[in-house]
Write a protein of this length. Structure first.
Length: 604
């Protein structure tokens, strides 16, 4: 089920992209009817709408003298457009990971599922409402409101009652929504806001004195702690001042006589503040579970990307150090370049080269950008990612298992050259090692190989599996959820395998690249890539090819590519039948990962 959002006087607030297509709207609302009508301003363009059985709305255009109808616009455009995808009192934001977020003053209903990216249960109020005041404030059923007409300052308002569903953020357009929150949970940002809401907090003299004394004691304690920390800080030797960067060449380790060569510049926190204009919101380019990403500029004019890890980030100190150690040693056109790092008390900051086109997922899963990715561009991106993985697995001085390959960790430069990023979860492998085991399974469900998700066993074949999933997403333009849950299909692999067995592989190809008249549309090449992807996601580890073989198959037009066996993937929940198809059989059909009962099945 999908929706359009309320009419805001100009357009439907839930379809801001439609406003860019220049229709002329006519909206009628009276005691007899509510009707919406639109005309295309350009009379030379012919347009028609089509609704398919899955609930998708397609707008086709015909611009003479071209032949055939072109799919100009589709709704829904991404995962956030699905109705109730994030449950009550939660909003969907594609720039965050996971995409579902609770409103301020609300907490996840099911924290366990929420942390796994399953937000359908939504959120609950942290504090019950008092239901006092005027109009909406006095009605406990009233949960939010928005302007009914945003023109000329706004007139009237929409009022929502009961649980609030189906909200999302937009990077442009959209409409402000005001959600009712208990006063105790409302964080006021300025005295002006407090005055406006009539909630001036009056502190007693006694409490104020206690607060002042507490602040003095705390500041004294922090000063002593900083002095003690400075005394224990490893000595940085042979510092070179360059563009106000401190480039330490060596440092003592843990106060002993061991010395480690550092290949990544250590940048002063003050220089990071200057480069990002004190982490200005205007420079913010992304946000995820790890923290916030900013665009910055060094004093010499070089543009940079600044990844500021939050204190609550899943990427802790070990992951931060791991990324600095690993990526500082690697140099390849398809790996993101780490320019420096910054550690200052609680701050952990990574500084990368600036990549103008952001991440691959911001193009693949947003229709307005996905339309710009023709097959040639996608094929070039696929080859670039494959060469980057080949370097990590075989060609670099140290063998690296990335363990978190996914669309959001593939960045694109101004020429759309892909660069693999985020090595916080990566592991160094010895040349004679074939696999390793861990109790701490890290990564993203949907991209994790079954043997890793269930048993914690990982190898270079784990990255091959992730690459296969990523390849299917690039071909289809659809995101793989990676599991079944509550009877709902979230698994792209099962859908692809079903079509492949029926000889209908072309049916899963993204419709925006299917154009028989385009020289970039090459069906045989697309189907070969689809076959390679299925080889990479096979259930049995030993059946998956090495990345060296993948690169050869991508560059070859030979027809003798092996036929794939069924893929392996995970399910969440209780099922009457599950099958285990990887090389090491578990003691039973189900295993527990992070307290979630999961099973591995094949797609036969």
């Amino acid at each position: 089920m999908e929706r359009s959002g309320p009419w805001n006087g100009i357009e439907f607030s839930g379809i801001p992209e439609e406003g860019r297509n220049h229709p002329v709207y006519s909206y009628t609302e009276n005691s007899e009817e509510v009707a919406i009508r639109f005309l295309i301003a350009n009379q030379s363009i012919y347009s028609r709408l089509k609704i398919i059985d899955l609930g998708y709305v397609h707008r086709f255009t015909l611009i003479p003298p071209s032949r055939g109808w072109s799919n100009f616009w589709t709704f829904p455009t991404d995962d956030c457009d699905a109705y109730k995808s994030c449950g009550p009192y939660a909003y969907c934001d594609l720039s965050t990971s996971p995409r579902c977020n609770c409103f301020e003053g609300f907490d996840p209903m099911n924290r366990q599922q929420w942390d796994l990216g399953e937000g359908s249960d939504g959120c609950v109020r942290r504090t019950p409402l008092s239901c006092s005041g005027n109009r909406c404030l006095s009605d406990c059923n009233c949960t939010s409101f928005a302007a009914a007409d945003v023109r000329r300052g706004g007139t009237g308002c929409f009022i929502w009652t009961g649980e609030l569903y189906d909200t999302r953020t937009y990077s442009f357009a959209g409409q402000d929504l005001y959600v009712k929150v208990a006063t105790v949970d409302l964080v006021l940002s300025s005295d002006e806001e407090r005055v406006r809401n009539g909630k001036i907090i009056r502190w007693s003299i006694g409490v104020s004195l206690m607060l002042i004394l507490s602040v003095i004691v705390f500041c004294f304690w922090k000063r002593r702690q900083k002095q003690a920390k400075s005394a224990e800080t490893p000595i940085v030797k042979k510092q070179v001042l360059m563009n106000r960067m401190v480039l330490p060449r060596q440092r003592n380790l843990s106060g002993d006589n061991q010395v480690e060569d550092l290949e990544v510049p250590l940048i002063e926190f003050e220089d990071v503040l200057i480069a990002t204009e004190h982490f200005s919101d205007c420079n913010k380019v992304g946000k995820g579970g790890f923290g916030v990403v900013y665009k910055g500029r060094l004093l010499d004019g070089q543009e940079i990307t600044v990844k500021r890890l939050s204190e609550m980030s899943a990427q802790g100190t070990n992951e931060f150090i791991n990324e600095v150690r690993l990526i500082g040693r690697l140099q390849h056109i398809n790996l993101v370049q780490l320019l420096g790092c910054c550690v200052d008390e609680g701050e952990k900051i990574l500084i990368y080269e600036y990549l103008e086109n952001l991440s691959l997922d911001s193009h693949l899963f947003v229709l307005s950008r996905r339309c710009m990715l023709n097959w040639q561009m996608r094929f070039d991106i696929i080859n670039g990612i494959a060469r980057g993985i080949l370097y990590l697995h075989h060609d670099s001085s140290i063998r690296i298992i990335h363990r978190d390959l996914k669309a959001s960790n593939i960045l694109l430069d101004k020429d759309m050259t892909p660069k693999i990023s985020d090595f916080g979860m990566a592991r160094i492998f010895g040349r004679d090692e074939t696999e390793a085991n861990t109790r701490k399974v890290v990564g993203t469900y949907g991209y994790m190989s079954p043997e890793y998700a269930l048993d914690g066993i990982f190898s270079i074949k784990s990255d091959i599996y992730s690459f296969g999933v990523l390849l299917l997403e690039i071909i289809s333009g659809k995101r793989n959820k990676g599991f079944y849950y509550s009877g709902r299909d979230h698994n792209l692999l099962e859908c692809v395998w079903r079509n492949w067995k029926e000889g209908q592989g072309i049916e899963i190809v993204d419709t925006v690249i299917i154009d028989s008249s385009s020289p970039t549309f090459r069906p045989r090449e697309i189907l070969r890539c689809l076959q390679i992807a299925l080889l990479c996601v096979q259930a049995r580890v030993e059946d998956r090819p090495l990345m060296s073989s993948v690169v050869l198959m991508l560059g070859s037009e030979a027809e003798d590519i092996p036929q794939p066996k069924p893929p392996g993937y995970c399910v969440i929940g209780n099922f009457s039948e599950t099958y285990s198809t990887w090389s090491k059989q578990p003691d039973n059909d189900s295993c527990t990962v992070n307290q979630i009962t999961m099973s591995i099945i094949d797609a036969r």
